[in-house]
Write a protein that binds this ligand. Sequence first.
Ligand code: PMP
Length: 449
Amino acid sequence: MPPLPQSRHLATQIPGPGSVRLAQRRAAAVARGVSSTLPVYAARAGGGIVEDIDGNRLIDLGSGIAVTTVGSTAPRVVDAVRQQVSEFTHTCFMVTPYEGYVAVAEALNRITPGDFEKRSVLLNSGAEALENAVKIARSYTRKSAVAAFDHSYHGRTNLTMALTAKSMPYKSGFGPFAPDIYRAPASYPYRDGLIDKELSSDGQRAADRAIGILESQVGARNLAALVIEPIQGEGGFIVPAPGFLPALLAWCRDNDVVFIADEVQTGFARTGAMFACDHEGAAGMAPDLICTAKGIGGGLPLGAVTGRADIMDSVHVSGLGGTFGGNPVACAAALGALAAVEEDDLVGRARQIERLIFERLGRLQADDDRIGDVRGRGAMIAVELVHPETAEPDPALTKALAAACHRAGVIVLTCGTFGNVVRLLPPLTISDELLTEGLEVLADELGKL
Ligand code: PMP
């Protein structure tokens, strides 16, 4: 197959006739509850491009929701997967184990923050990683309550729906939810700052607010774990105020509460560090348990919980597992993806991407007061769109902007508790030229609205 040209190209309207036909078949076959951001059907993807079945080539600023960090056809991933499927696709690690699983666990133990002894368990998805982290924390502490935060997203299974903050579309009508889950206020510097300047810049104060609520409404003696995304993803790419996360970690350590970092979206070079926790404090911070998924599998489904050996090994033998967890093909892909991240310095590449995006969006913000905030780290940057007079969220403009970008051949995603954030998550293999072009399209389309 010829290489996929790294250029934006509109061969038809979006969606083209092939995609329209598939949409009709889909309507009769696929459950309505599963939605898609764009109406085009993919044929090929790689570098910074997704090509659809009508020959349209779109600039990819979404990475399949932060998954294809190393690209969608990274040669090391493709080769490793080909090799593995020709040897065996599955035996089940719980029946006859294999080296790939052990090698991925070793790699995760090595690259995750913290120089203590660690263990890992491999799973199928982000939600399953969160489910298991909570099981492990409860087993270790012999306590049951779990704290999550406003604006959080942790998945769609029953326990993770309870952890997730937003009702529509994730939870509405799907209750009852798992019990003994409590919610604390997060640090949201932009929105906090509209009310209280100090709260927006002083992470210790924001942490004290959350801790005060947890102490009075739950009690540390009942709390098994605190679960938090170091940069909130679906909630709006919210980078907490400096000091917020370290203050929460210190409180957890003092109170025998397991600190679980959900790095499903932020992990694996995405934020310009191997993990978002690496940005916190002078030398980074080391959570007790860290959940990963998305980017670690190089596009194949894989999740993991990695953490302190004493906590991980508190679980009885056979208490963790699952038929497909740590599937050998997904493990081969993960080892290929990790080699790409380390050998191609994709952490450094994420920092370059951050500079490029901030520079362009900073200029855009200076010219357009509907952009309330530009924030994020690495290749995980967002704009929050507001009504300029009041800073009220503007979800209608957000939706219109995303749709206009899609029609112009640029994949952007939206997010945010109030639906008013456009987020950029390019693969780290995108060229500067494509990224710049994508940002120009975004700026042009916003100018027309
Ligand atoms: N946690 C975070 C922070 C996420 O962003 C997501 C997915 N968007 C999940 C958990 C759930 O991951 P999955 O969809 O693989 O279950």
